[in-house]
Design a protein around this ligand. Structure first.
Ligand code: HEC
Ligand code: HEC
Length: 243
């Protein structure tokens, strides 16, 4: 019995020590390279998911899953590859574990994603939540009709938490007062461009027009800290009925 405990300690102590040494640089590197998308504290931002409740982060042991992901990225899905030094990477890994522990300690917060938990949801309660929090943007007979035919279980939950195809829209007001709306196709300091419903592209100098951008996916990001585990399971149970 005693021997067993020592072996476990040995396995654990190496990554823990490595993380301890570099934990100070973690927040700095994270805020420099990652916060832009994942939020200052890793809790999710406009273009990157909440990492404090990520299953991948939860499964990580001393960089085992975070390391390869960060080094290779998922370029097709908006996660760039980073070439961090071993020390910076260890710092980021330690920072993410610390943030995940904090998030877990938050009362009422979601603890993570577990396939088995998904079966505990109550579809009726999920329906009520949906009508109150989601129905202004979604319709179960419209855009989400047949959703469960395409997505199940964890994939469904993941997509609900972090939708992929959310296009921002922009409304541009021209100097003469005319307003145009469409999908935002480009925006920087100098240029704003949209695609009209007809498919036509139009662009202006930002100094010549007034514009407001609305990013519907932000609604999802804002919802993340509001859900409890139970809310998420109930919602998934309800969405699973949309066949
Ligand atoms: C340009 C935006 C952007 C930046 C910068 C960025 N990420 Fe990401 N990251 C994403 C997106 C988007 C995803 C989700 C990809 C997907 O859908 O599979 C992601 C996914 C991840 C995941 C996997 C989460 C999961 O549960 O699958 C981890 C871990 C991660 N990022 C860590 C980092 C770290 C660490 C940094 C900084 C070194 C970083 N990211 C910088 C956009 C970004
Ligand atoms: C302010 C508008 C808005 C609100 C509120 C909102 N969503 Fe979304 N949702 C979107 C947009 C935009 C997308 C991306 C479009 C897409 O993927 O089809 C999306 C995508 C999704 C997807 C993925 C659909 C797919 O086909 O991949 C699911 C599932 C979803 N939302 C569920 C919900 C649930 C559940 C709620 C409430 C808890 C909610 N949404 C609240 C705007 C919203």
């Amino acid at each position: 019995m005693k021997v067993r405990i020592e072996v476990v300690l040995l396995i654990w102590s190496a990554p823990v020590l490595a993380q301890q040494a570099s934990i100070d640089s973690g927040p700095v590197v994270f805020r420099r390279d990652c916060a832009f998308c994942h939020g200052r504290d890793g809790g999710g931002g406009e273009s990157g998911p909440d990492l404090t409740r990520s299953k991948l982060v939860g499964d990580d042991k001393g960089g085992s899953t975070i390391g390869p992901l960060v080094r290779e990225g998922r370029p097709d899905r908006g996660m760039p590859a980073f070439h961090l030094s071993d020390e910076d990477l260890a710092g980021v890994v330690a920072f993410l574990h610390a943030q995940a522990t904090k998030a877990e300690a938050n009362k009422g917060g979601r603890k993570g994603v577990d396939e088995a938990d998904l079966l505990t949801g109550n579809a009726e309660a999920g329906k009520r939540y949906f009508e109150q929090a989601c129905a202004r943007c979604h319709s179960v007979t419209g855009d989400l009709a047949g959703l469960a035919g395409r997505l199940h279980g964890l994939r469904l939950e993941e997509r609900m938490l972090y939708p992929r195809n959310a296009k921002s829209t922009v409304t541009v007001t021209l100097p003469d007062g005319e307003t145009l709306s469409g999908e935002l196709v480009y925006l920087d300091e100098f240029t704003v461009a949209l695609k009209e419903a007809s498919g036509k592209h139009r662009s202006w100098r930002t100094t010549d027009v007034k514009y407001t951008v609305s990013s519907p996916a932000e609604a999802h990001v804002e919802l993340l800290p509001k859900y409890t585990d139970e809310d998420v399971h109930n919602l998934v149970a309800y969405l699973e009925t949309l066949r």
